[in-house]
Design a protein around this ligand. Structure first.
Ligand code: PLP
Length: 429
């Protein structure tokens, strides 16, 4: 494939935008090479600036679960735009989407809309701290909750008790309130809780992580977290920015039947516009301003265009719940096809899958947490990524990301993807 115009555009962008991109993963640093510039997209396909067509497996990192430029979402946006794009004054559509979200998601009474997943998670933690009157939080290595300071934390050197900043600009003061545990390792959580008795406001987790590849909870890990939280009056925060309205209408709470105290959303909930949200039962949400003392605000929060896109998206998903089964079946089909090709070619691999999330890891060890995900062979992943891209398949440009299937993908697209891999496989030896 030819990427001449993309390359030119990237060079121009680098003069005015740091690294040429507005979010780092887009720069292809993990896989090398240069990003592709997209001109338009429809259904399962991306059309780039050089005239190439690509089958899309990232769906804008999740939001486009029904495919790009999905007609009901586009129509809702066009209609709404003509009526004015922002007022900073309440609108009826905010209540409509809130009502629908509360109907679809178990265990929540009220929801507050914000502009990104980052904002949702940041606000959820503030609310948890305000509600419990405690300061510390526990997060898991490899789980991503956006780029706010409290989450840009890595395990501290040797100390099991508190974390260290993993970006310049995050203060040691902030880092000391974030404790790091390992996913699927309940003992790592228990020892933190024990060492910080009565200090932990919440445990925040991607219940099915998608930011170290797709990882599945094992041995009742989420149930055990729930129990631990109940015993120690800790709030359990499910970051469902990826999984919400994707793995089931009610997200992982519905799929696996584990209740969270606060849930965060993003991606699908905005139908492709910048939206996030956090939700909880009334007792907790009552602490939020203006009803309660915990401050949180936003000039463009609940923006009419964002709400129109989100409402159109949720309405589609709510009225056609078979979409979730169709997506899961397509993903299982892809899983089977990829596994068969890689096995035939004797290429060591692991495939993790949940619903419409799937990831391929070039390692012989099961991938169950950040440490095992990091053992994947990255040079093999680069060959895989670029080889697939050259064959018209757009995969996430990092081994630590899940693929997000969209329901516009046809079985012919999946077959084409599997055939592309079969063609590429000899290079992966
Ligand atoms: C994408 C993501 C976020 C951050 O959302 P943004 O809209 O990018 O700020 C938070 N948590 C999870 C699990 C995510 O996947």
């Amino acid at each position: 494939m030819i990427y001449k115009r993309s390359s030119q555009l990237f060079n121009e962008a680098k003069q005015y935008i740091p690294g040429g991109v507005n979010s780092p993963v887009r720069a292809f640093n993990a896989v090398g090479g240069e990003p592709i510039y997209i001109k338009k997209a429809k259904g399962a396909y991306l059309y780039d600036e050089d005239g190439n067509t690509l089958i899309d497996y990232i769906a804008s990192w999740g939001p486009m679960i029904l495919g790009h430029a999905h007609q009901p979402v586009v129509d809702a946006l066009i209609d709404k735009t003509k009526l004015g794009t922002s007022f900073g004054i309440p609108t009826e559509i905010e209540t409509k989407i809130a009502q629908l979200a509360v109907e679809m998601v178990p265990n929540i009474d009220k929801i507050r809309f914000v502009n990104s997943g980052t904002e949702a998670c940041m606000s959820a933690v503030r609310l948890a701290r305000g509600f419990t009157k405690k300061d510390k939080i526990i997060k898991f290595a490899g789980c991503y909750h956006g780029h706010s300071d409290s989450f840009l934390i890595q395990a501290g050197s040797g100390a099991v008790t508190f974390g260290a900043p993993n970006s310049p600009g995050v203060t040691k003061g902030t880092a000391k309130d974030t404790l790091l545990a390992n996913y699927n390792d309940i003992d790592s959580v228990k020892s933190l809780v024990k060492a910080n008795e009565d200090e932990i406001a919440c445990i925040i987790i991607e219940p099915v992580p998608g930011n170290m590849g797709c990882i599945l909870p094992q041995n009742d890990f989420l149930e055990q977290l729930r129990e631990l939280c109940d015993t120690h009056s800790i709030l359990l925060v499910f970051d469902e920015v990826m999984t919400g309205f994707r793995l089931a209408p009610g997200g992982v709470q519905e799929l696996l039947g584990v209740k969270a105290d606060i849930v965060t959303f993003g991606k699908v909930v905005g139908g492709g516009l910048p939206v996030g949200a956090f939700a909880a039962r009334q007792e907790i949400m009552a602490h939020l301003a203006p009803e309660g003392p915990v401050y949180q605000a936003g000039t463009l929060s609940g923006n009419p265009l964002a709400m129109a896109a989100g409402l159109a998206m949720l309405t589609e998903l709510n009225s056609k719940p078979e979409i979730f089964d169709e997506l899961a079946q397509k993903t299982a089909y892809l899983h089977e096809g990829i596994a068969k090709v890689l096995t035939n070619h004797e290429i060591t691999h692991q495939i993790n899958r949940c619903g419409s999330m799937i990831s391929v890891h070039f390692t012989d060890e099961p991938v169950v947490d950040f440490e095992s995900a990091a053992k994947g062979n990255n040079s093999k992943f680069k060959t895989y990524f670029h080889g697939m891209l050259d064959r018209g398949i757009y995969l996430p440009p990092s081994a630590f990301e899940s693929y997000f299937l969209n329901n516009a993908l046809s079985y012919a697209d999946l077959d084409h993807t599997i055939e592309a891999l079969d063609d590429l496989a000899p290079d992966l030896k």
